[in-house]
Design a protein around this ligand. Sequence first.
Ligand code: C2E
Ligand code: SIN
Ligand code: SIN
Ligand code: FE
Ligand code: FE
Length: 545
Amino acid sequence: MEHRPELTARRKDGTEFPAQIGLSTVGDGSEVLFTAVIIDISERKRAGEKIRHQALMLEGVTDILVSTDLDGMIQSWNKPAERAFGYSADEAIGRQVNEVVRSEYVKGSKEEADSEIREKGFWSGEVKAYHRDGNYLLTIASVSMILDGKGNPMGFLMMYHDISDRKKAEEKIHQQLQHLTALRRIDQAIAGSLDVHLVLDIALSQVITELNVDAAAVFLFDSVSMYLNFEIGKGFHATAYQALPLRIGEGYAGKAALERRIIQVQDLRSRTTDVLRSPTFAREGFQTYLGIPLIAKGEIKGVLEIFDRTQLQTDEEWLDFMEILAGQIAIAIDSTTLFKNLQKSNINLIHAYDATIEGWSRALDLRDKETEGHTQRVAELTIRLARAMDIGEDEIIHIRRGALLHDIGKMGVPDQILLKPGKLADTEWEIMRKHPTLAHDMLAPISYLQRALDIPYCHHERWDGNGYPRGLKEGQIPLAARLFAIVDVFDALTSDRPYRPAWSREQAIDHISDGAGKDFDPQIVELFLRMMDNPGNYTSQLLKY
Ligand code: C2E
Ligand code: SIN
Ligand code: SIN
Ligand code: FE
Ligand code: FE
């Protein structure tokens, strides 16, 4: 071969260009002439560089590139194609594309893609590109027609851009948003309800959807009995799934509570002896089990159980979120049971108060030499009257307390006045008339008796304004006091008093009847008299009438 050395040639104007020298000889042998020709090779050089550049570029491409001829026979197959599909270029080139490229259309179909390529020469969409081992990459694929210099189709170019990472990132962001939403829901449940069962119901729904598990349950720890009591379960086939109480240390949940750590069992089916549960439980077909201790303020509040019917694959992120959920549930239990205990102790306190009031009222009756049960009787009859007037039960609680305490102010009245067998002197009356005000002053500081004050303070007010201590009139007199006054006078008249013997029932009724519009609210008197006419409808065994 003729050797053509490359060199740099210089033009007259000083510019340089790559060149080769071509030498030729002219002559017949005796005389030989050499002719040197300088050939400008800049164009050729540029073309070569372009090809090398394109080759390098193609090598640097991370997208999968596959080209075929019009019949679908693979013409080129780059490194990413080798990695993605699992066939080397040697294996792939020359074969039919559908023998080695397995793909699945995420959106649209192959038919749609084919017709678009025929019409527009181009199609693009989401495609799963399968490796020969069955794994796949999520890609954006584009298929275009390769045209020759004259514009005639000569094959197809397929390009696949891996979007798995982007998808994963998107999914992760989406998941985190959902996780936040789940926590927010639990927060709202805690804030909006003091019913632990209701809050746990909501929390378990979040556990199941956000952790993508089949079922979940919560045991609550009773620090008195030291038992873990089943509280709620969700996602079980058995509609009324219930587990027996567990002692600390017993079963997986008991172990989680005792050791204060997550107990995880990958194949629950092989560990049936450890699981102290009903036969219906076995039929649930769970494989994965997690028992998570619920700890708030350093104390065990219960155990969260998570079940899945597959071998659950858990990663760090999943575990992190599970622990966050468990923490939230522990707080929910802590705050709701705190309220329940508070409520319980409040109820106990109220019972204690009411018992105290009744004790006081009996002591007062004794001192006043009233007949046995006077105060209980007036309280009872006042309540009947109040109910007949459609006064709400909420209010009646206070009316009852007020009636029981109506003459508590007499504690400030000396025996020689209170028990005086005869008429009271003016100075004695002055003291006696202070008993409603005394009652008010005694009871007003007790907040829980605030709404019970009307009767002790106002039961001697009169409809026409001639009563005491304030001379209130008609509607100014609290309703409770207006109806109580009738009952009290009636009961006082029909009882023996230190200052006079008991009146007959008829005399007492006449007295009340006469007092309508003077001493008493006339409408209530009417109602009271009707009640007295039909004792069966209104009275209880406590009443002596
Ligand atoms: P109390 O004995 O519980 O009587 C309550 C109310 O029933 C009396 O309020 C009065 O409105 C009516 N009442 C009771 N007994 C009679 C009666 O014989 N005739 C008439 N018309 N009404 C009667 P009042 O009057 O404001 O008295 C308040 C309290 O003062 C009485 O409570 C009682 O503890 C005492 N008291 C009233 N009068 C006398 C009296 O003459 N001698 C003595 N020792 N105490 C009296
Ligand atoms: C009384 O006799 O006890 C007082 C009667 C009354 O003020 O109506
Ligand atoms: C009450 O029933 O104690 C209140 C009625 C009223 O204020 O009129
Ligand atoms: Fe009184
Ligand atoms: Fe009384």
